[in-house]
Design a protein around this ligand. Structure first.
Ligand code: ADP
Ligand code: MG
Length: 301
């Protein structure tokens, strides 16, 4: 199959741009008065996902991790491009990959409008573009006294990584394979949250980004971290807490809200601590005592 037949078969056909796939560049119209929000992420086989990952999950994840970045800004996704490097054009693989990618795009009204296709070891780069009415949510803006929230269970994806690597289809493996970007939550948090980030590298690492960008610190109650029953059943309570602190790939939002907005967030999200004037991140155990612990997230270098 030549390159153009491949593009026509697996990647063309989405509406949503002024001019989509097929010309030298796509043309889009940004909604009047809104800002363009742009994010890009690359997934390298063997590094960002195990070689055993099903093609449908690779397609889903490649877009999901990008949509999650827009969710953290409170933006609405509209378009994405795909730079795909493949060892070979294998129809079964391409069909699965395209299905995972494009069904997530369709679910969020986000159209594939262009890309590039090359031969080499499997690498997937997706760039997503969306729009947001200023001011967008950012990592800066958390204030002392604000409450810290997360939008869902922590640690599941890291807990599922072993299963995923062995090609097992467990509930935790599917949390790694099929992260659900919290776009509706991000949009609902505009004008409510003072700061927001998506948890990609691990809760501690990502909350630290918020703390540094905002010039504040935080106290986190270890026992309040939301753990799924599946994770606790799989690894036990203590290991689950460790994964919740430092495991990556969950793609839930972590955000801060003023104390008076706290009640409104409690129905859908989990309160895990509060922002302090004193810089740094401190963990409290169930008795309220500080825990001396060095935890951090994934770093590429
Ligand atoms: P050019 O040589 O001008 O870069 P290409 O031959 O690379 O154009 O691509 C032809 C068209 O197909 C362009 O519109 C490009 O955006 C699109 N395209 C190429 N690869 C992909 C892909 N993997 N997914 C979506 N669109 C793609
Ligand atoms: Mg090209």
């Amino acid at each position: 199959m030549d390159e153009f037949a491949l593009i026509a078969e697996y990647f063309a056909g989405d509406a949503g741009a002024v001019l989509g796939i097929g010309d030298d560049a796509a043309l889009v119209e940004v909604p009047l008065g809104q800002q363009l929000a742009v994010a890009v992420d690359t997934l390298v086989a063997g590094r960002h996902f195990p070689e055993a990952t099903p093609p449908e999950a690779i397609g889903h994840r490649a877009l999901a991790v990008n949509l999650s970045d827009l969710a953290a800004m409170g933006a609405t996704p509209h378009w994405y491009t795909l730079a795909l490097t493949l060892p070979e054009a294998e129809p079964t693989w391409l069909a699965g990959f395209s299905k995972g990618l494009r069904s997530l795009g369709a679910a969020h009204g986000c159209a594939l409008i262009g890309g590039d296709t090359t031969r080499g070891s499997l690498t997937v780069t997706v760039q997503v573009m969306g729009a947001v009415t200023a001011p967008a949510l950012t990592r800066g803006g958390a204030c002392p006294g604000d409450r810290v929230f997360v939008g869902g269970f922590l640690g599941d994806a890291a807990g599922g990584l072993n299963d995923a690597a062995q090609g097992l289809h467990s509930a935790l493996a599917s949390r790694f394979h099929y992260p659900q970007p919290q776009l509706a939550l991000g949009q609902a948090l505009r004008h409510v949250a003072t700061a927001c980030i998506d948890v990609s590298d691990g809760f501690v690492a990502d909350l630290n980004h918020v703390l540094r960008a905002s010039g504040v610190g935080a106290e986190i109650d270890l026992e309040s971290l939301p753990l799924s029953p599946e994770l606790v059943a799989s690894v036990g309570h203590e290991a689950a807490q460790r994964l919740a602190l430092s495991g990556g790939d969950d793609y839930v939002l972590c955000f801060t809200v003023p104390a008076e907005a706290r009640a409104a967030c409690l129905s859908a999200c989990h309160e895990v601590g509060r922002i302090t004037t004193e810089p740094g991140l401190r963990l409290r155990d169930r008795d309220g005592a500080f825990i001396e612990e060095v935890v951090d997230g994934y770093r590429h270098f």
